[in-house]
Design a protein around this ligand. Structure first.
Ligand code: GDP
Length: 534
């Protein structure tokens, strides 16, 4: 906790809220843990792992929570570094990949993309990248595991540009690789930064820093590495994109850093550069225009709702991103969508490894609010009665579909209620065949685990058994047309026309080829990859 007293404005300006995105195993958890180590929030990296049977690190919340007997997953953590207050939003990656992973990105002001140097850009990184790109937030790249043999750094840069379609600007350049990874050349400061093993990554790595032409580096590195560096730098000046702060801040250029989260090499220069470049929370768009975070009117929006799977605690936690004003425990706010005043009594925050009751919080912070079932994804809370609504969170395209019904016709009402509530909460997306009722619905999810959650929750919370049949579709597209005329619309055999709960038309496809086919058959058709923002 900060010892200094900051004014409200200073509190806002020292906030940095970012999401960390990657494909599983690229090193997201390790890097997060090293940020905490450098911020002084934990004393030795790996300490959490060892306490928890060597298996899980700090941000593997789900497992940790399970072992603590709390089954609500949190996915935010806050720590201090210098005078900055940093919020990291974790994006779950493995089996629990879901819409929540995407929605989390809606609450972030920037993203850090972790890439394994031996693998380059991988599938899940691509998906998450696209959502960040859609938002136009700055995206930083950390190429990890440089202590292992991997692709050539030039190839990695090219891979990022080709696979993601973003220009890149190397901020530092690796000196050596694999066992010979010694440090980085900081292009901005024009200096060499060599690291010494920080006790196998357990403690902060010591560094030797200085001008690249300082004679000692030739001795320290040996002729071969030093000469390699000089020739790399020459090439870089010709090949790389130039540093352009505005382009970085608008998400068109990604600054690239090399390092090793495991050995801590390059972690600190990355963090420092990241903090120098990123901005505090910026004004957010709403139905009333852009809302200044430094305004005294408290406001925020719900971006994620986490249900408690434990039948003994059937409450839910709604995650709120604060966008303006100061939050104080116990304050009453206006729930704009429900037009109702509510008291925020026991809000929680996630500081380093612990969940605490929070007394005050500021724009950029995320708080968890107990949800007795009154919140939906995208809801706005604000202090005054201004009817302020933050721009909605889109529905992200599910990738797995199933028809779901209940075998027990006497339970139909409960079934519909459960399905509707779970869909409002954002746990599933619901469609139906055109003009059909709700006896049989089509459920779409981003991660297959959500089907299990659906079955479990309908049984436990609504006492309803279900029949579920997997459908072969993998893609959904929203038909973007003011007046959609099904009579003048030709579909392919392997597709399905359906509609959303609101009656908007969507098409389910089995593969990308089939999407192209339908686009060719229907001139002028526009297919959206997410629903329209409200
Ligand atoms: P996540 O799935 O992205 O959270 O990845 P983890 O942080 O759990 O890392 C996956 C594996 O890669 C673990 O065995 C880590 O110890 C290892 N790892 C992470 N960072 C590095 C690194 O910089 N170098 C090496 N050699 N291994 C790493």
């Amino acid at each position: 906790m900060p010892e200094k007293n900051f004014t409200f404005i200073e509190e806002v300006r020292r906030r940095r809220t970012f999401a960390i995105i990657s494909h599983p195993d690229a090193g997201k958890t390790t890097l997060t843990e090293k940020f905490l180590l450098y911020g002084g929030a934990i004393r030795a990296a790996g300490s959490v792992k060892s306490r928890r049977s060597q298996k899980h690190a700090v941000s593997d919340w789900m497992e940790i929570e399970k072992q603590r007997g709390i089954s609500v997953t949190s996915s935010v953590l806050q720590f201090e570094y210098d005078d900055f207050c940093i919020n990291i939003l974790d994006t779950p990656g493995h089996q629990d990949f879901s819409e929540d992973t995407y929605r989390t990105l809606m609450a972030a002001d920037s993203a850090v993309m972790v890439i394994d140097c031996s693998k380059g850009v991988e599938a899940q990184t691509k998906k998450l990248f696209h959502v960040c790109k859609m938002r136009g937030i700055p995206i930083f790249t950390f190429i990890n595991k440089m202590d292992r043999e991997g692709m050539n750094p030039f190839e990695l840069i090219e891979d990022i540009e080709n696979a993601l379609g973003i220009r890149s600007c190397p901020m530092n350049w690796p000196i050596g690789s694999g066992k010979n990874f010694r440090g980085v050349f900081n292009r901005h400061k024009n200096q060499i930064e060599l690291f010494n093993d920080g006790n196998h990554g357990q403690s902060i790595a010591k560094s030797t820093t200085g001008d690249m032409f300082d004679g000692k580096f030739k001795d320290l590195l040996g002729d071969a590495l030093y000469d390699q560096l000089l020739s790399d730098i020459e090439l870089l000046d010709i090949a790389g994109d130039e540093y352009d702060l505005d382009e970085i801040l608008s998400g068109n250029l990604t600054p690239v850093f090399f390092g090793s989260a495991l050995t801590n090499f390059g972690v600190e220069p990355f963090l420092e550069s990241f903090l120098e470049i990123t901005r505090p929370p910026q004004p957010r768009s709403s139905n009333l225009g852009y809302i200044d975070p430094e305004s005294s009117n408290f406001s925020g929006f719900i971006f994620k709702i986490q249900a408690n799977m434990n039948p003994a605690h059937r409450d839910r936690i709604a995650f709120l991103r604060i966008c303006s004003g100061k939050f104080e425990k116990g304050m009453s706010v206006n729930h704009v969508q429900k037009n109702k005043s509510i008291k925020l009594a026991q809000p929680q925050q996630f500081v380093a490894q612990d969940r605490v009751i929070v007394d005050t919080a500021y724009p950029g912070d995320i708080i968890g609010i107990h949800d007795p079932g009154i919140f939906n994804i995208g809801d706005t809370l604000c202090q005054d009665n201004s009817q302020l609504k933050y721009t909605g969170i889109p529905q992200f395209a599910p990738e797995h579909f199933a028809t779901v019904s209940t075998p027990n016709s006497l339970k139909r009402k409960q079934f519909v209620k459960g399905i509707m509530q779970l869909s409002e909460e954002g746990a599933i997306q619901v469609y139906r065949r055109p003009h059909a009722g709700m006896e049989e619905v089509i459920v779409g999810v981003v991660g297959v685990l959500q089907f299990e959650v659906l079955e479990y929750r309908l049984k436990n919370e609504y006492n309803v058994d279900i029949n579920m049949h997997m459908l072969p579709y993998r893609y959904i597209r929203w038909i973007e047309m003011d007046k959609f005329d099904p009579a003048n619309f030709t579909l392919a055999m392997d597709t399905m026309l359906a509609e959303t709960k609101q009656g908007d038309p969507v098409v389910l496809f089995q593969n990308e080829w089939s999407i192209r086919n339908v686009l060719e058959r229907n001139k002028g058709l526009v297919l959206g990859e997410t629903s329209r923002l409200e």
